[in-house]
Design a protein around this ligand. Structure first.
Ligand SMILES: Nc1ncnc2c1ncn2[C@@H]1O[C@H](COP(=O)(O)OP(=O)(O)OP(=O)(O)O)[C@@H](O)[C@H]1O
Ligand SMILES: [Mg+2]
Length: 480
C-alpha cells in the first residue's frame, strides 16, 4: 500500500487523500446519523405524526359529544383543532353522513371510502392525490361515546410539496452530499496539483540541465512555501556551480598560460644550444636561464596545487596558541640576509608584553613570509620594511608588513589577491614571481576567519595586514 502510494503522481495522491477524507467524514456522519439522529427522528415522527393524532383527536371529540345539543355545536371545537394542528377536520355520524367540518383549507374533500372503512374496522390511514403536485395524508378514526359508535372523525393534512430532495431519506441525502463533495474535491485536485507539480517538473528540468553542465539555468521565484524554498536552494546551488565552473575554467586557462611561457623559453634556449647558435662563452648563462625557468615552473605547479587545495578546503587550519614574539624573531632570522644583500632595513614593532596568538602557526608564518618577500622584492634599496603587531581591541592583534616601496595603483589594488595577477609583469620576471603568493596568503587568512587587507599609495608604500585573536588562556598562565 505504502509502496503503491509512493509510486503514483502527486495529482493522484491528492485525489486519493481528498476522497479518503470525504469517505471517512461520510462514514462517521452516517454512523452518527444511524446511531443518534435516526432513532430520535423516528421517535419524533411517531409522536407527532398525523397517524397518531387521528385517534387522539377522535377521543377529544368523543369527550365533547355528550355535552353537545347538536352536531353544529361541535364546530367550534373542530375549528380549534384545525387551527392548532393545521389540518382539515370532518365529523360524520354513525351512518357515515357528514355532519360538521372545519372551514379551511377549503379544497380538501372528504374521503368517503375511508369513513366507511373506519366505521367498520377502526382507524384507517391513506394518502390521496388532489392533483400531480398536491398530496394529502388522511387518517380516519371511529368515535365512541360510552362504548357506542357514534360517528367518525377524519383529519386531512397536506403533505410537504415534493421537491428534489424532500422525498429522499436522510442517508441518501448524505450520500448525495458526499458525492457532490467528491466532485468538488476532484476539481480542486486538478488545480492544486497543477500548482504543486508544475514547479516540481520545472525543477526536474533545471536539475537535468545542471547535471549536463549548463549552470546558467535558473528557476523563476514563485512561492514562499517549501517548494519555493527548494527552488531558491536549487538556484543557489546553480549559482555556486556556475561560480565554481568559472573558477575552474579560469584556473585551467591561467595555469596553462603560466606554464606555456617558461616551457617555451626552455624549449627555445635548449634548441639554440643544441643548434650551436649560442656562442660557447654564453652557454653557461643560457643554462642558468633554463634552470631559472625550470624552477619557476616547479614553483608555479606547487603553488597552484597548494592554492587549489586551500580553495577546495582540503587543507585544514589547525589553530593553537603560539608566541607572537617568537614568530617575529623567526621571520627576522629568515630574511635578515636577503634584506642586507639588497641594502634594505627590516625592522619590527611589537608590544612589549609577551603575546600569544591563536592560529595555525605554520600557515601564519607562510602568510607573513609571503608579505615580507613581496616587500623585499618590490621595494628599492635604502628603504625600511616594518613587521608590526598592534593591539586592535581587547582580544585582537593586527599583524602586518609596511614598506616604503613603489605602492600599488588604486585600480590594481583589489586585483592583487587574484591568482596570477601581477601589477608590473616585466619586473616580476626578474623577481621570479608567478602571482600566486597573495592569493595563497588570502586563502590562509580567510581560513582563520579573518581578512587580508591592503592599503597602498603609489610612491609612498604598501601595507598588508590582518587580524588574529589573542589566546587569553596563555596570557593568564603567564607568571607576569
Ligand atoms: N609590497 C608590495 N609593493 C608593491 N607591489 C606589490 C607588493 N606586494 C605585491 N605587489 C604586487 O602584487 C602582485 C601580486 O603579488 P603576489 O605575491 O601575489 O605575486 P608575486 O609576488 O608576483 O609572485 P609570487 O607568487 O612569487 O609571490 C605582485 O606581482 C606585485 O605587482
Ligand atoms: Mg609574492
Amino acid at each position: 500500500m505504502a509502496r503503491w502510494f509512493n509510486n503514483i503522481s502527486i495529482r493522484w495522491k491528492l485525489a486519493f487523500s481528498f476522497l479518503l477524507v470525504i469517505f471517512i467524514t461520510l462514514l462517521v456522519t452516517l454512523l452518527v446519523q444511524r446511531a443518534i439522529i435516526q432513532p430520535r427522528m423516528d421517535d419524533f415522527l411517531r409522536n407527532y405524526s398525523i397517524l397518531r393524532r387521528g385517534p387522539e383527536i377522535a377521543n377529544v371529540i368523543a369527550d365533547s359529544i355528550p355535552n353537545a345539543q347538536n352536531w353544529t355545536e361541535l364546530r367550534g371545537l373542530l375549528e380549534q383543532i384545525a387551527r392548532l394542528f393545521k389540518v382539515k377536520v370532518f365529523l360524520t355520524d354513525a351512518n357515515g353522513d357528514l355532519r360538521v367540518q372545519s372551514l379551511l383549507p377549503e379544497n380538501i374533500p372528504i374521503n368517503e371510502s375511508q369513513i366507511d372503512e373506519a366505521l367498520i374496522g377502526g382507524t384507517a390511514i391513506g394518502t390521496i392525490f388532489l392533483d400531480q403536485r398536491q398530496r394529502i395524508e388522511v387518517v380516519t378514526s371511529p368515535v365512541y361515546v360510552a362504548g357506542k359508535l357514534v360517528g367518525a372523525v377524519q383529519i386531512a393534512q397536506e403533505a410537504l410539496p415534493g421537491g428534489l430532495l424532500v422525498g429522499l431519506s436522510l442517508t441518501s441525502s448524505l450520500l448525495l452530499g458526499g458525492l457532490a463533495a467528491a466532485v468538488v474535491a476532484l476539481i480542486l485536485v486538478v488545480f492544486l496539483s497543477r500548482g504543486i507539480s508544475a514547479p516540481l517538473l520545472k525543477m526536474k528540468q533545471i536539475a537535468l540541465k545542471l547535471s549536463r553542465g549548463d549552470f546558467t539555468a535558473r528557476l523563476p521565484a514563485v512561492s514562499h512555501d517549501e517548494i519555493g524554498k527548494l527552488a531558491s536552494t536549487l538556484n543557489y546551488m546553480a549559482a555556486n556551480l556556475e561560480q565554481m565552473e568559472i573558477m575552474r575554467r579560469d584556473l585551467i586557462a591561467n595555469v596553462s598560460h603560466e606554464l606555456r611561457t617558461p616551457l617555451a623559453s626552455i624549449d627555445g634556449y635548449t634548441e639554440a644550444i643544441l643548434d650551436g647558435v649560442i656562442p660557447g662563452d654564453q652557454i653557461e648563462e643560457t643554462l642558468q636561464l633554463i634552470l631559472g625557468e625550470a624552477r619557476r615552473l616547479a614553483k608555479t605547479v606547487s603553488h597552484v596545487l597548494q592554492l587549489s587545495r586551500l580553495e577546495s578546503g582540503q587543507i585544514r587550519m589547525e589553530p593553537r596558541s603560539f608566541s607572537l614574539q617568537e614568530e617575529f624573531a623567526s621571520l627576522l632570522r629568515q630574511f635578515q640576509l636577503g634584506f642586507e644583500q639588497k641594502g634594505l632595513v627590516l625592522a619590527s614593532e611589537v608590544p612589549p608584553e609577551p603575546i600569544f596568538l591563536l592560529g595555525d602557526p605554520d600557515r601564519i608564518h607562510e602568510v607573513m613570509a609571503n608579505l615580507v618577500a613581496n616587500a623585499l622584492a618590490y621595494s628599492p634599496s635604502n628603504t625600511t620594511v616594518t613587521l608590526f603587531a598592534r593591539r586592535e581591541s581587547k582580544s585582537q592583534i593586527r599583524l602586518g608588513v609596511q614598506d616604503q616601496g613603489p605602492g600599488i595603483p588604486t585600480e590594481s589594488l583589489h586585483r592583487v589577491f587574484e591568482r596570477f595577477y601581477q601589477v608590473d609583469v616585466s619586473h616580476s620576471r626578474q623577481t621570479e614571481g608567478v602571482g600566486l603568493g597573495l592569493a595563497i596568503a588570502r586563502q590562509i587568512v580567510e581560513g582563520h576567519g579573518s581578512k587580508l587587507e591592503v592599503a597602498s599609495e603609489v610612491g609612498k608604500g604598501s601595507c598588508f595586514s590582518f587580524l588574529l585573536p589573542e589566546e587569553r588562556g596563555a596570557e593568564l598562565g603567564d607568571p607576569n
